[in-house]
Structure formats: C-alpha cells, structure tokens
Design a protein around this ligand. Sequence first.
Ligand SMILES: [Zn+2]
Length: 482
Amino acid sequence: MAGQQKQRMSLVGGNPTVMPAMEVPNLLKSKKESVRTVRLRLLPTKQQDKRLRKIAGTCSKLWNQINYARRKMFFEEKRINIEETYKEFYERYKKLVGSVTTQQVLNKNNEAWNSFFKLLKLKKEGKLLPSIKKPTPPGYWKDKILGKRIRGIIIRSDRYYVEQVNNGEGYIILKDFSVKVKYVGRIKWSGRQGRLEIKYEFNRWFAYIPIEVGVMPSKNNPRGYVRGGCDIIQRKKPRGEEAAFIDMGLNNLFAVMTTCGDAILVKGGVVKSEYYWWKSEKRNAQSTRDSMRNDSLEVWRRFHRRYLRALFKSSERLRHLYRTAVRFLAKELHERSVKNVYLGYPYMITQDNGNEYNTNIWWFRKLTQWLHDVLKEYGIELLIVFEDNTSRECSICHVIHENARVHRGLYVCSVSGKKINADLNAATNIAYRVGYVVSVKKIESFVVTHNGVKPVTPLRRGIAQDPAVKPPPFRAGRGSYP
Ligand SMILES: [Zn+2]
C-alpha cells in the first residue's frame, strides 16, 4: 500500500503541501475498538417504572452532589481530591442504592473528571484541535430549566443479564433490585457485556449495553455474554486497493471522490429539511414558553415539555437518517474496492451561527465515529485529513479564487472557466492534500430518506424501487388475457 501511495504522490509532482493523514483521534472514537454499544428501549410496567424512577432519582442525586462538591473544590482551589470525595459519598449512599451501584456512579464521575483534566492538559500543551469545544468540567444530571434531575442508573457488568425471547425482544434482569424489565430492539452483536447504563430520555427508558464483540465472559460471570448477531466486527475484506476522499456537509452529506474516478454525492435534502423543521418547532415552543413565563407555571411547563419533545424527536430522526447514510456509503465504497478512506476534518467548522455551531460539531463527531465503526466491518480504514480552505481552493489551480463558490453548489474556476460541484471540488482537494490526484469519470447522486438511500441518477441498479409488476394492458375486442 505504501508503494502505491508513493507512486501516486509522484504524480502530484511539485505539490509542496502534501501532508500525512492520521488515524481517527481517540477523542472522535468509541472508547474501545472492539466494543459496540447497543441501545434498547425498555418497557417497564407501571410498578417497575416507579421503581426505576426511584433508583434513578437516587443515582442522579448522588451524581449531582458529588459533582457539586468537586466543582466547588475545582473553582476554589483549582484541584480536587478524588479519593476523599469518593469515600465520603460512598459511605453516604451505599445504604441507599447498594454499594455496587454507588461505586458505579462514583466511578463514572471519576472518569468524567479524569477526561476533563486530560483535555485541560492537552489544551495547555496546545494539542487540542480548535474545532473541539473548550473543555468544561463535568455537568449535572438535570434539566437546566425545570430543575428536574435527569434520570440515570448505572449497573455493573455482573449485576444484570439479558434474557432474550426472540430477535427483537426479551428481558433485562437487574439482580440487585430484583427487577425483570421488558425490552424491545435488535441486538446486533455477541460478546461480553460491559457496564449497563439506563437512561430516561423524554418519557422513555433506554438501556445502553456495551458489548466487547466476540469476547467470552469471565468464569465468575458466565451469564455476562450477550448473544446477538455477529461475534466478529470485521466480516468482509476490502476487494481492492482503491482510496476514497470524503467531504462532509449539510447539502451533500457526503461528497466522495475515489481513485477509480467515481464521484458519489449523498444528498442530505431530507436531513436538511428535517433539521430546519425541528429547528423552527423548537423555536416556536421555546418562544411560546418564554412568553408564558408570567402566566401560570403549569402552562409554561407544558410548552417547555413541548420544547424538550422537539429536541428529542429531532435528534432521534436525524440519528436515523445519518446512520442510514453511513451504512449505505460503507457498502458502496466496499463494492468499489476501496481500502482506505480519507475524511476531511476542518480545523474550524463555520461559526456563522453560534447556536448551530455546537449542534453541527456534535453531529460531525458522531458521524465520524459511526463512519469509523461501520467501515471497520468491511475492513476499510478511516483516516483523518485536517484541512482548512479545501472548500475555497480550486482543485484545478490549487489556489483560492475569490467569489468562486456560486449559488447552487458550484465552484467556478476563474482561470479555466470550468464549473465543478463545490463539494466534489473540496473532496478533490482533500485527495490532493494527501498526495493523490483524482478526477471525475462519472457522478452518481443519491438522497437519504427515512426509507433508505435512493438514487437520484436515473437508470441505476435497482436499489431505489422494487420492480413494478404491471398487469398486461387490456385491449378491447381482442379476447381475454393469456
Ligand atoms: Zn482554478
């Protein structure tokens, strides 16, 4: 592979700006390479719901109290005493939710503080990417406006087990609380289960189970093995040695160039309209809510709830669209014999709108993470190319033409007069940055919808629609059908 890249580099000739691509940084990855987390919807009975609320309430209280103590220490003395605070709250809470669960919540808070300190250190050393938000100390488990605690329960890996009824449902048994709660959702992976997190997200309970794929449980916890679908992550091998270069955006979710000359545009039309629809929904609820501030608290709460619902729904629906797009792209790249994928990662994501900045950066990170995980299933490597200006630069002359980005997503080269799709122009630049010269032979366009990814280009292999079965035309006077 190295040889091939070298050969391509020499094609670039005097490109002085060739820079190395790097592995996906840990900050953008799931914690452990071999771990996949499954998310299951819990359907507790009324009684169980009450019980879960109570346990979660105590866990959240514990989290908030220790976090308050630690934040206070941090702001007053610039350092915190992890061990002492741990001991103090462990003693206080072990009788309330049991020692194991107390430990789990405290451990998670420890982890949160440790990663905050790690980020601070990176920042001090100047190693933190500008596109990553400035580190803030761990927050509280609560809704800032209603002041209610956000509910969460953390269960140690050997204090629960999963009992499957069939492929889509079963029970999760919480040993310490003798609760057997029903779940729905498909478990895609088999392997050793990790720490279970139960979260309450807008009137719904969800269980997050990390699974170390293909790993057997320890001897003292034989029930800690979740039997799902696959017990290996990589199920396919790359078919060839091609490379692909991706520019991610909102108009084109993915603009891809490959070394074989294929250009793929995965359009985010539905994503974009959903995004703006929910945005206005959120804004309406928010402004009604705020104008009710002086009316009754009940009315105000109702609109606040509507706002929270919009927040939840929008992220659920975007999540589904994005995941669909990622799966589709991984499969397409595999079919095109791609082995290495280079993803352009901006130093700075456009900050024209302060509010959207955080949302976009959050999705950008999420997408990178998902892409990395799904490509792994095909044995495809994802590499990051840190870049700036790839969308402003001309992929033909390699200079920045002013005002070259015109409406409808075109980039116009003022020297050659050529018009290029603006996002493919950016993807071509990403390739150039890492030493490849690519050019478009054909462009294929797709659009992500809630029913899958569909081709926009006519007459493409039938992913789009099922073959239509037409009845033979009835012709009058010619007798019956054959
Ligand atoms: Zn040009």
